[in-house]
Design a protein around this ligand. Structure first.
Ligand SMILES: Cc1cc2nc3c(=O)[nH]c(=O)nc-3n(C[C@H](O)[C@H](O)[C@H](O)COP(=O)(O)OP(=O)(O)OC[C@H]3O[C@@H](n4cnc5c(N)ncnc54)[C@H](O)[C@@H]3O)c2cc1C
Length: 474
């Protein structure tokens, strides 16, 4: 087989898997190189569903509980079903160098025999100790927030109702997190106390001792694993150099208190995949990739700062400081009631309409009906660059040159309104257009707003701005 890939991905964790899928779905030849012979079997991410079970802005629950190995199995099955994606396990990337316009990867198989592969682009999704990051040579911003926590995953063998399902015990004697670990599992996280040795904490005996208050013991539960993690809060300042890029933990790490580490990496993949697609296809200049880090770093920074803010509430081992924190939180809860959901982070400067306050925000997704098909907009109508208007089919108003440009992007267009050709089932789109005084919106393939116009006759100007932003000639 020809060993030249369009994109070489180093690392097949959830971020490498997601990126491989998003590029494979667009028809690119993707080679993935993963040093481990099998998937990491133990849970890491467990995503919290906080508060309401109703759909969030994108038409799905805002957060969910599951076990990371289950998610990775599902992503692996999808990636391997794509004809352009080749996954090579037990294959470690040991060196990277530029080769003409390509990148050459030296990979070592289990017998240690190195071989060369070439790719037009290489993306390092190779986690916190990234080799690709070392080759980028970028500086790192570190917010200097470190705490050690013992993570204990348990499979109870007796039926038990856990109420509440997820909880944070802010007890200064032992700050503890108790959450669902996905079906059939529970997770406990115990903070290492000042003066406690890691070696003394990270033992099976310590784990069982700390689980005693929950009446868990070897006779009624299986200890799936225990491990001490040092949580860090930092990001790499540059995510692109030459033909190399970074995504996921290779580009940023955060404490897990907000459950946003892997989610942030998956957002990286969603932002990067369509940009690489346009660059590979010659539909945008390489410079488009400069918007990847400029847009994502401010979003990642918000997730890191939120995680630290939660960590500062949780990681308090001093009784007097804990009492002051409790008093302040009780007073705040009395004064303001329930904490509202956090707004979705807004991306930094990049590919969007300057001066439009809605640009860079996540656009909502609602349920629609077209013909006999009913479901979420992207399943029923399509995804990619998308024009939506409550007044008309916006693409039908484009002059021929802009219509041809929009078609070259496989753009999607919809007149979405209650009773319209694309029926707005719950009226959510109508409410959004009304509230914001918008007549047409142009959505990017990662579901963020490129820009809006107050009336549908602003469509041509909007698409024209996109064409210039992509560096395409008029
Ligand atoms: C205790 C804990 C709890 C967490 N909870 C949550 C949570 O609730 N929600 C959430 O969103 N996130 C959570 N996270 C974070 C989440 O697990 C990570 O952010 C996520 O795994 C990062 O994915 P990744 O694909 O970027 O990197 P990784 O999962 O680290 O994958 C990197 C892959 O690259 C491979 N690799 C490395 N170097 C090479 C090389 N040279 N050649 C080939 N392969 C290589 C590695 O073997 C690995 O498979 C948690 C993390 C921990 C530790």
């Amino acid at each position: 087989m020809d060993d030249r890939y369009d994109v070489g991905i180093v690392g097949y964790g959830p971020v490498g898997q997601t990126l491989a899928i998003l590029l494979g779905q667009r028809g690119w030849r993707v080679g993935v190189f993963e040093k481990q012979p099998a998937a990491y079997p133990l849970p890491r991410a467990v995503l919290l569903r906080i508060g309401s079970r109703h759909a969030g802005l994108s038409g799905w629950p805002d957060a969910n509980m599951f076990s990371q190995p289950d998610l990775e199995r599902a992503l692996d099955a999808r990636a391997r079903a794509l004809p352009g994606v080749e996954v090579r396990r037990a294959c470690e990337a040991v060196d990277i160098r530029p080769a003409g316009g390509d990148v050459e990867l030296m990979v070592a198989d289990p017998d240690g025999e190195p071989s060369q592969v070439r790719a037009r682009w290489v993306v390092g999704c190779d986690g916190a100790n990234s080799l690709v990051r070392r080759h980028l040579g970028a500086t790192v911003t570190d917010l200097g927030f470190f705490f050690d926590w013992l993570i204990v995953d348990v499979v109870p063998r007796e039926p038990r109702v856990w109420d509440p399902i997820n909880g944070q015990l802010c007890d200064p004697a032992r700050p503890t997190t108790v959450v669902s670990g996905g079906p059939g599992r529970r997770r406990w996280e115990f903070m290492r106390l000042p003066g406690e040795e890691i070696a003394e904490l990270d033992t099976e005996a310590s784990a069982w001792r700390l689980l005693e208050p929950w009446a868990l013991h070897p006779a009624n539960a299986t200890l799936e694993r225990h491990a001490v993690y040092t949580f860090q809060a930092r990001w790499v300042d540059g995510w692109w150099k030459g033909r190399m890029l970074l995504a996921g933990d290779a580009a940023h790490q955060m404490p897990p208190f907000a459950g946003q580490g892997m989610c942030s990496g998956i957002r990286d993949a969603a932002n990067l995949a369509w940009k690489l697609d346009l660059v590979l296809a010659g539909k945008a200049a390489d410079a488009l990739l400069g918007t990847y880090a400029s847009e994502r770093i401010p979003q990642v920074r918000q997730a890191i700062e939120l995680s630290i803010a939660l960590g500062k509430v949780i990681c308090v081992a001093d009784p007097a400081a804990a009492a002051a924190r409790d008093a302040a939180m009780i007073a705040a809860a009395r004064a303001t009631g329930l904490t509202p959901p956090l707004p979705a982070p807004v991306m930094g400067p990049g590919l969007r309409l300057d001066g439009d306050p809605l640009a860079g925000h996540l656009f909502p997704q609602g349920e629609v009906r077209r013909g006999n098909a009913i479901g979420r907009f992207d399943d029923v109508v399509g995804r990619g660059f998308t024009l939506l208007s409550p007044a008309a089919d916006p693409a039908s108003l484009l002059p021929p040159d802009l219509a041809a440009f929009f078609a070259s992007l496989d753009g999607v267009s919809a007149h979405v309104a209650p009773g319209g050709p694309v029926h707005d089932v719950s009226g959510g789109y109508a409410r959004w257009f009304g509230e914001h005084g918008v007549g047409v919106v142009l959505q990017r393939p990662d579901f963020h707003v490129f820009g809006t116009a107050p009336a549908v006759d602003g469509t041509a100007a909007l698409v024209g701005r996109l064409r210039s932003a992509l560096g395409r000639a008029a």
